[in-house]
Write a protein that binds this ligand. Structure first.
Ligand code: ADP
Length: 396
């Protein structure tokens, strides 16, 4: 069996999976949390059985070592697991890194250079690559970029309407994120409907997790996406508010004295669902709405309003829509969210089947009625499998 170790290093976590790139089977997976602070934990699932232990992980190097020893304790020796490579999720590839790439010194230096575009994400990804290179010196390390799928967005979608020279000088453009997921899910949707290779297939993909983004995809290629230079733009998310008048930031700076760093914290950590309602998790928001909490209701209404605006906008950009697909934590699991999000969009030819929407299935499924002009799908995303496949294709 050949397998890929997929690593997703966040600022305070390390997610890992040993994936068979052919079958998608994840023989072992887990996460080290609170990397770099006290009270780190590692949870590991091997053949479906989960265990969690506290441990020390002062940095990503230690977290990688912890992963290795914990997996070994659970009977998974990475040295003899048939690993052919390590695949890394890297958030920002900038203008130059537009395809999955084997990491060498030059590539690593470039990932570091573009880190100024993603200061919250790329440094952790770099730590992950360095740690894995040390731990697995004989394996190729492949970087798979979240921005790659969107690297050839049409210029009218990727260019911000600001001073052209300034924008060029500082690489300001819409890069888009969650690209690995949008690519995987739109391809799965086309395959599921038997329409791979159909150059006219018009899809809207809604990736709704903690972070959230939408994309408009025609014939397998993206023509627009909601996230921009950074993952702050677009939909309402867990702690990010998405679209906002840039004037709000200037005003808060001038009138309330907020510094760049205060604004950074506001936009990344104190906005979105958490900012408006004080509730950090979508499930808790949904139960607060159930209990009649007015703030929670308003928050959900803002979330839904934004989502509908993007669906309408992307239907216009595509000149119609054949498929709308929900994916990621909220999109895959929340029956109510899916139903409410599409309410009022019957004029686009969207009709949800209440019974199908409540159904469950591990793979892709249809939740629209047979007579709905637009097919609405739920397609589970699998970024790890997508990274494993890209990794194998890159080293081949
Ligand atoms: P990320 O990868 O961005 O961290 P996920 O795609 O795992 O996020 O999604 C996490 C979100 O999904 C959380 O806000 C969580 O509340 C939500 N979620 C998970 N399960 C459900 C559910 N059954 N109903 C509603 N929301 C859910």
């Amino acid at each position: 069996m050949s397998a890929v170790l997929v690593l997703n290093a966040g600022s305070s976590s390390l997610k890992f999976q040993v994936v068979d790139p052919e079958t998608g089977e994840a023989h072992a997976k887990g996460i080290v949390e609170r990397v770099g602070s006290k009270g780190s934990t590692i949870s590991v699932t091997v053949d479906g059985e989960e265990s969690e232990t506290s441990a020390s992980a002062p940095d990503h190097g230690a977290a990688t070592e912890l992963m290795r020893t914990t997996l070994a304790d659970r009977g998974v020796d990475l040295a003899s697991s048939g690993l052919v490579a390590v695949g890394h999720r890297v958030v920002h590839g900038g203008r130059s890194l537009t395809e999955p790439t084997v990491v060498d010194d030059k590539v690593l230096a470039e990932i570091e250079r573009v880190a100024e575009l993603a200061p919250l994400h790329n440094p952790a990804n770099i730590d992950g690559i360095r740690s894995a290179t040390k731990a697995f010196p004989d394996l190729p390390q492949v970087a798979v970029f979240d921005t790659a799928f969107f690297s050839d967005l049409p210029a009218e979608a990727s260019t911000y309407a600001i001073d052209r020279e300034l924008a060029d000088k500082h690489a300001i453009r819409r890069y888009g994120f969650h690209g690995t997921s949008h690519e995987f899910v739109s391809a799965e949707a086309a395959r599921f409907l038997g329409r791979e290779g159909d150059a006219d297939l018009k899809q809207i993909v809604l990736h709704l997790g903690n972070g959230a983004s939408a994309s408009a995809v025609r014939g397998g290629r993206p023509v627009d996406t909601s996230m921009g230079l950074t993952p702050l733009e677009g939909l309402v998310m867990g702690t990010r508010g998405g679209d906002i008048d840039p004037g709000v930031l200037l005003h808060l700076h001038r009138v309330a004295g907020l510094s760049v760093s205060d604004l950074d914290t506001l936009l990344n950590k104190k906005s979105g669902i958490l900012g408006v309602s004080g509730i950090g998790d979508f499930r808790d928001l949904a139960s607060a709405v159930h209990d009649g909490d007015d703030d929670a209701r308003l928050t959900l209404d803002i979330y839904l309003h934004r989502l509908r605006k993007y669906i309408g906008a992307y239907a216009a950009v595509l000149g119609g829509v054949d498929v709308v697909t929900f994916t990621a934590g909220v999109g895959e699991n929340s029956v109510e969210l899916r139903e409410e999000a599409l309410k009022g969009l019957e004029f686009l030819g969207i009709r949800i089947d209440g019974r199908r929407n409540k159904g469950k299935n591990d793979g892709p499924r249809v939740i629209s009625t047979d007579s709905s002009a637009v097919t609405v799908l739920v397609v589970p995303t699998n970024e790890e499998l997508a990274i494993a496949r890209h990794t194998v294709a890159t080293i081949a």
